[in-house]
Design a binder for this molecule. Structure first.
Ligand code: PLP
Length: 430
């Protein structure tokens, strides 16, 4: 029985998505593993998307999906929100790269400065990975120390330092190719454990910074970290690549009311185009300044290159987005929609007798299914497949809700979840 139903989900997907399957076969001959971002991998094949608008997208076979990837979190206003689309297209017609300073970069930076509470100064980069890598360098350069404390399991992109303390055993990087010397500069501690941070700082005088995601962190924890890091001269870094402009216009630091020394930003920052930024204390960002003294220039600053830094198209999309999302009504509506989805999912789980919960904060939803009978990766694939055949696409067990998801999407999503859970129970996954 379990086997028959399992086959039927795969059969149904195969019937719905023949062109995606063909493209995946081609992709596997080009890209090792078939995909261009690990998070998009899926068995037996991912869907290939042809276009998107608002809260929805369509695959190459013409299937329509309510989209909860939301551009990996970049699209708080959904796909092609008209003012953002207009600004982006208009800028494309004026040129994509000037190799020069331009007015839009100034406006973009000013908006970050106005919206993000701790951003006394700003530098624009091209991605979240670049922003966190730069934040660690700033912390090290400013303090003259070399180690960084991070939280076990927190994702900060894919540069060498970010590969450490991701999965047990936490001192082993999740990637091969990381020099031992690099790994040795990163110290992982558990989330919500102030004593563990204090213990590290007591034992090691060479700590330059503490970086963390502040999703669900709470004011008390952040304040304790703020006090401790300030007392020890350690730079406190919030990675707000996801939470920036989403928890509140000013991100987690506004939501919880505790400011870091440095903040990393990307995703919503650039309105669906590539972009990243670092914002923070003016005295720390002074490290970028050129000096007349050649010795100081050579040995006393941090260079800031990057071909696509502040590219005009990203700047145009970013400005149009930030001008809109600086209104907290945007975040509130997305969070209220997420609350409706959470309530609907929890009702389905209760009614179907499945242990689990739809958690997460504001417009970020994370589903917990602790009694699943398959390993986590397989659960993710089965769940996504079961939701896709019902017309909903999401990233693993999480949903990123936008301002433009409305009542029709909520109803469709809860209905899809009900059918998906029934199906996964039927095939023995749950
Ligand atoms: C919290 C966080 N930091 C950093 C990054 C890396 O950003 P990017 O993918 O733009 O390099 C991500 C990406 O998802 C992220 O979620």
């Amino acid at each position: 029985m379990a086997q028959v139903q399992s086959v039927s989900l795969d059969d149904e997907r195969a019937r719905q998505t023949p062109r995606s399957r063909e493209l995946y076969a081609r992709a596997q001959k080009v890209f090792v593993g078939g995909v261009t971002h690990d998070g998009r991998s899926m068995e037996p094949h991912p869907i290939y998307v042809a276009r998107a608008a608002g809260p929805r997208k369509w695959d190459v076979d013409g299937n329509e999906y309510v989209d909860y990837w939301s551009g990996h979190g970049a699209l708080l206003l959904g796909h092609n929100y008209p003012p953002v689309l207009e600004a982006t297209v208009a800028q494309l017609q004026r040129g994509t790269h000037y190799g020069a300073c331009h007015e839009l970069e100034v406006r973009w930076g000013e908006l970050v400065q106005q919206i993000v509470p701790s951003a006394e100064r700003v530098k624009l980069l091209s991605s979240g990975t670049e922003a966190t890598m730069m934040a660690l360098r700033l912390a090290r350069a400013f303090t003259g120390k070399s180690k960084i404390v991070k939280i076990q399991g927190h994702f900060h992109g894919w540069h060498d330092y970010a590969t450490i303390a991701m999965q047990p055993p936490y001192d082993e990087p999740i990637a091969r190719g990381i020099p031992r010397a690099v790994a040795g500069t990163m110290i992982g501690v558990p989330f919500q454990d102030v004593a563990a941070v204090r213990q590290v700082l007591d034992a090691d005088p060479d700590v330059a910074g503490l970086i963390l995601l502040c999703n669900g962190a709470g004011t008390e924890y952040l304040q304790a970290l703020r006090d401790l890091t300030r007392e020890r001269g350690v730079a406190l870094i919030y990675d707000e690549v996801v939470t920036g402009f989403r928890y509140a216009p000013g991100g987690c630091q506004e939501y919880y009311g505790v400011a870091p020394d440095l903040t990393t930003l990307a995703k919503i920052l650039a309105g669906g185009m590539p972009g990243g930024a670092i914002g923070g204390r003016a005295d720390i960002l002074e490290l970028y300044r050129f000096h007349d003294d050649e010795q100081k220039n050579r040995f006393g600053r941090i260079p800031h290159p990057g071909t696509f830094n502040a590219n005009p198209v990203s700047a145009a999309a970013g400005i149009a987005t930030l001008e809109i999302v600086r209104d907290p009504a945007i975040q509130r509506k997305a969070a209220a929609t997420a609350d409706e989805i959470r309530a609907g999912f929890d009702e389905v789980l209760r009614r179907r007798g499945v242990e689990g919960q739809a958690g997460g904060d504001v417009s970020l939803i994370g589903i917990r299914l602790p009694k699943a009978r398959v390993p986590a990766r397989q659960l993710t694939y089965r769940f996504r497949a079961a939701m896709q055949v019902e017309g909903v696409d999401l990233s693993g067990l999480s949903l990123i809700v936008s301002y433009v998801h409305g009542p029709r999407e909520v109803d469709q999503t809860i209905h899809a979840f009900d059918r998906a859970i029934e199906r996964l129970q039927g095939e023995g996954t749950l």
